[in-house]
Design a protein around this ligand. Sequence first.
Ligand code: NAD
Length: 467
Amino acid sequence: MGKFYLIIDGEKKTAEKSFGVINPATESVFAQAPDCSRQLLNLAVESASQAFNSWKIDEAARRNALSACADVLRSSAEELAEIYTQEQGKTLRQSKEELYWSAWWIDEVLSLEIPVDLAFEDEIKRHEVHRKPLGVIGSIEAWNFPILLAIAKIAPALLVGNTMVVKPSPYTPLTTLRMGELFSEILPPGVLNIISGGDQLGAWMTSHPKIQKVTLTGSVATGIKVYQSVASNLRRVTLELGGNDAAIVLEDNDPKEIAGEIFTRAFAQNGQICFAIKRLYVHENIYSEMVDELKKLAESVVLGDGSDPKVNIGPINNLMQLNRVIELTEDARDHGAKILTGGKRLDRPGYFFPPTIVTNISDGIRLVDEEQFGPVLPVISFIDENEVIERANANDFGLGGSVWTRNLEHGIELAARLECGSAGVNQHVDFHPKVPFGGTKQSGLGIKNGIWGLDDLCQLQVISIKK
Ligand code: NAD
């Protein structure tokens, strides 16, 4: 596996201190990551700041370099996936898929034009709207999809001419550092700096005077701290935070037909997806059939070390998250909920918790009201459509949501009433490089992906021309 380095100014740098990275399938430290000091952060920001002067100028060169980054990600996917599974816990197949997906993501971003809009024109004047890069962007990542979510920021930010300092989560720093090493062979020095460290390093980034914008993927609690910190020097910010997505299944569905997709969208990667289905509302008339189908699916999952090809779901990524899942499950049990299947940590090393279906539960219990970010799904019955929309909306989060029905028109009408950034009909959120993504309420601020995401990484400049 070799040693891991910070990537600063196009070079591999060591740090004085390091920290251990745990394989969640074994609970053992399997590698050390460099712990970036404040001095090294300053060096990274300075380097990104210098690189900005030339990187912002030549769009064609940026496109060529990013395209080469996509190629190297593809050709290194197998090697990177080995590290990825060990630090994140996802299966080797999921790790490879995410790496290929990330390479494709860069290609899709490159197919976007950076538009110049015409705001107004008459015989004597014309007002054009141009998109200009902001400068150095500080990007702070979560541990659930560390590569894809970093790429979804890096590709558009670099395309429009910004330079970056990227900090992966302390739980999953290694693949990002190695990816940075590969990219440093392609990108000019300083364009993309990768630094690993704990939460304190993130806090130093958000208050750094030369970082023009901070983009965070993380929890609401961190989002609030980051927002407060950037406010002190009026920096821009994008916050991609948590979710508590409701999926609403109307009575015209056949549970056998849709249970598979619903199960996948709730339990893929152990439910550690910001827009996973986290509350499932099912019409009373099909409730017990739906629950039976979900139970069968939950019991068919092979849970284990993601490096074993027979396994379909790996461990939860970290102990803190596992403990949260246990706490919310126990709280639901104490409040009279029925744990239909699963519900207990596996008695073996590793952060394993089986897919868990919870019934006899409703709003007002923590497992329904809060984000579990884990493999425990509360299934809640409803009778009245208007009431269930109100219940879905009565939550501080507003990331995604969905309505499942054979009546598409009615589905669209109900989906439009959900208070969330992405509302699906017969599918949950479709995370796509051309489709805007962002949350309402406490799920975040700002938008990523597509042309709307480019705008979030640019300063609009009006050029007014007198003819
Ligand atoms: P977290 O908030 O604990 O950490 C996220 C990152 O912020 C880490 O790199 C961490 O080191 C850093 N950080 C922590 N404190 C900081 C501070 N004071 N200043 C600056 N940086 C700081 O979140 P997590 O546990 O890694 O991720 C899980 C959460 O992320 C869930 O709530 C999930 O829903 C959310 N998430 C959201 C999206 C989205 O796009 N909306 C995507 C993935 C995950």
